[in-house]
Design a protein around this ligand. Sequence first.
Ligand code: BJW
Ligand code: ZN
Length: 327
Amino acid sequence: MTREDGIDEVRARLSNARAVTVLTGAGISADSGVPTFRGADGLWRNFRVEELATPEAFARDSRLVWEWYNWRREIIAAKLPNPAHAALADMERRFDRFWLITQNVDGLHRQAGSTKLSEIHGDIWKVRCTACGRVEENREVPIPIPPACSACGKLVRPHIVWFGESLDPVEFGRSQEAAQSCDVMLIIGTSGVVYPAAMFAPFAQTAGAFVVEINRDPTPYTEIVALSLQGRASEIVPQQLLKLRLGERGRDAAQRGGARTELRVAAEDDGDAVIVGDSGDPAQDVLASTLAGMQRPGAPGALAKSERILVAPDGLVCDPRPALRLG
Ligand code: BJW
Ligand code: ZN
């Protein structure tokens, strides 16, 4: 099966799905410029995990751990969501039931507009007090070391799940439920070696879901999932969305979404799209601008300039302007 056939198959499965669950890992943010963990250019190539991402490491040398997190916060602060993040943010409005499970701590899914999500490994932009347990947002870059709790003045740590630590039971429970009750699961940009996150795909598959992997390289999932699409998340995920044909139920849901759903581009069967307006919806606008921005100048069918374009369910076209070919 070619990659295009695979994308068509996923589109067809999504068209008939009521419940969709997505699991993402560092690979989805790689196209935004955030380093992954494993592999040739991964973070673990240059740093020893046990010196940095464990509670023992923090107890031994909290300054070293905070210096590492300051370095990562500085990198992430300069990054933006890419078309894959934007496409998933859009997708949550298209299904009766949708849940995004992310292992990423970079916050880019939220920045793209996702709201139905569990950040199961925590959030690099939050700190947690080692004494009173208070969790608070902190966006300082760099964070002054040692950082102190605003309530009790004691040392705070990154609000991140390190090796040997348990996941938040509420988020874990929600994620497990979403994995076991979906019709389609997308696994995007994860090496699938860290537990318990690695269990969600087998859970879904055992419960009867159609499980699709999207990854630049082969992983332990590649041989066991129903379909594995090899390539960059920022190319494949929006392609699935752009070509998405909503079934009856999806169209109803989109129409219930209200007027702003109508102010979008209609992606036609042949790949044409029509600019129809400004949604006034930040999540949609991110999708629009990133889709426009990802078009390589001069590539066949590339947009001439960064228009604010929006992707619509079938037939909801208002104020059509000149047709553009998306792809
Ligand atoms: C692209 C792309 C593009 C690139 N497009 N794709 C032995 C057996 C089984 C389990 C264990 C064991 N020993 C210990 C454990 C448990 C341990 C574990 O799983 N270890 C394994 C590594 C062996 N797990 C835990 O400790 C967890 N807690 C737990 O189990 O509690 C119960 C318990 C308690 C006590 C003892 C034992 C159990 C907690 C795990 C927490 C993980 N935390 C981290 C945070 C690090 C710090 C930080 O971020 O600040 O989470 S580790 C790190 O790995 C991070 C990630 O979320 C996680 C997953 O990585 P991910 O996202 O898959 O990234 P990569 O880099 O691995 O892969 C990127 C992928 O993208 C690749 O496949 C590329 O091909 C692809 N890609 N560019 C598409 N453009
Ligand atoms: Zn405190």
